[in-house]
Design a binder for this molecule. Sequence first.
Ligand code: DGT
Ligand code: CA
Ligand code: CA
Length: 576
Amino acid sequence: MKNSEVAEKLMEIAHLLEIKGENPFKIRSYEKAANSILSLPKEIKEFVKEDKLKSISGIGASISQKIKELLETGKIQYLENLKKEIPQGLLEMLNIPGMGPKKIKAVYTKFGIKDIRGLEIAARRGDLAELDGFGEKTAQNILRGIELLTRQSGRMLSVTAKKIAEDFVEFLRKEKTCKKIEVCGSLRRACETIGDIDILAVSSKPQEFMERFIKKDGIKKVIAKGETKSSVLTEDEAQVDLRVVEEKSFGAAVMYFTGSKKHNIHLREIAVKKGFTLNEYGLFKKTKKGTGSFLAGKTEEEIYKKLKMQYIPPEIREDTGEIELALQRKLPELVERKDIKGDTHIHSTYSDGNARIPEIAQKAKSLGYEWVGICDHSRSLKVARGLSIEELLKKKKEIENFNKKSDVKVLFGAEVDILPDGTLDYPDEILRQLDICIIAVHTAFNQPEDVLNKRILMAMENPYVHILAHPSCRLIGKREPLSIDYEKIIKKAKERGVILEVNVFPDRLDLKDIYIKFAIQNGVLISMGTDAHALYQMDNIDYGIKYIRRGWVKKSDIINTMTYDEVKKFLKGRNR
Ligand code: DGT
Ligand code: CA
Ligand code: CA
């Protein structure tokens, strides 16, 4: 075992003692021992052999015993016991860059935050600023740290990639020589996570343009620099590729670099069958003399047209049937941002949101909505300040009064917990009063698969339920999806008229695109909820709509496109 590994274990003990609030003296002794070990000139096992451990500064009888135990058995029982005493979630927080034991202890004692998810929500809500030593900046750093942690898989959340891409596009567009610019790749297809960001541009001075790109602020490393392609790594660990192409090939290049690869391959086969070739430079008619004559390439539209197909929206370019339908001119007309008249899932200050009802309604108005469903947590979800029945009825009163004078209407809602036994967290006589009743699992995720399935299916039987929210409960990069049987849930949704939510909170994106498509094919309706806990999060609708299009959602498949009168009547009619 290396010295650094031994030191790491001692440091871990120090951290855990600090989280526990043990006496500082004891904590310091472990830190000091760890530091001494790190600066030893030779391996620590030599000291053990020579029985000279205690000659090392900071190492007394107790610590030397633990080091021997570690070298002999590979672990320290004392450390293992400490780990058992402290909630697992707190230990995981130690992995967040910038989150030390002091801070973990502070958030745990002050807010009862026990895991990374809780910390993230508190940071987004702005709660952390209340703590000593925590400012707005710390909260931002924590969010960034969490994001980096979840990116260990190498992929970023699409909301993060979108922000970085927009920043680059804004910067590059300002260049006088920039004639066209477009973000391509998985981000344009609105995939749930993004590997790297692909930007395509046309410039009157490509070399100068490339120079500007690699010198932008916030770049940590230039990975490659060429005349037509360069790649950089940003300080946020995101790779951004820029390609500069000729204007007459711009559409062909955008098409090529938008992907998906499978879609491209299939399109090329179709081109070949028609006697063409298709590549990133354009669509060419094959000629005997080799290169072929140029048919199209400036825009994607003209290429699809020459191939005698409908234009295929980027979000569905996955080669899952879209090409065949485009050839028959039978592509579904996908829902668009302008069709959206309301958001079904928003939290207010009644539970763990940070905005009040009038503020939410005003924000909804600015987004062009007619209505908004305010669904706060139910009573047993204490960590999220779930509402007692009394508070819920108070909220009902406020909404009734508010709606009298507001043009944007609020649906009186709740996000009701599906309890571990499959019953719901409010009695029926309360549930039936809700305009919009969303149910969701928030606890006991680790029940066996069959118990979980039964639990959800049972909850869907309740006659007052409208929507099953974030069915898989996955948190991208943080929590695996529940092992549930989607087929059964979709069948039950159809049978009971339950709507399935697509939760477009950045790390949820739940349902997944394939299940959205499957649900719709089975005649189940969809609702889109931002699950906003702060006003700015309601803007997530903008990529939410793109994500949902990946599931081939039409305007008529989703209740967010209904007017207020329609949605109110529709939901009322669902109470059976
Ligand atoms: P990512 O970055 O992993 O989230 O996914 P993409 O789809 O952005 O993939 P990326 O960045 O490797 O490449 C961008 C696009 O370029 C990809 O969607 C399709 C196209 N592309 C890349 N390599 C190939 C290839 O070998 N053949 C074809 N037909 N297209 C390719
Ligand atoms: Ca990419
Ligand atoms: Ca790329």
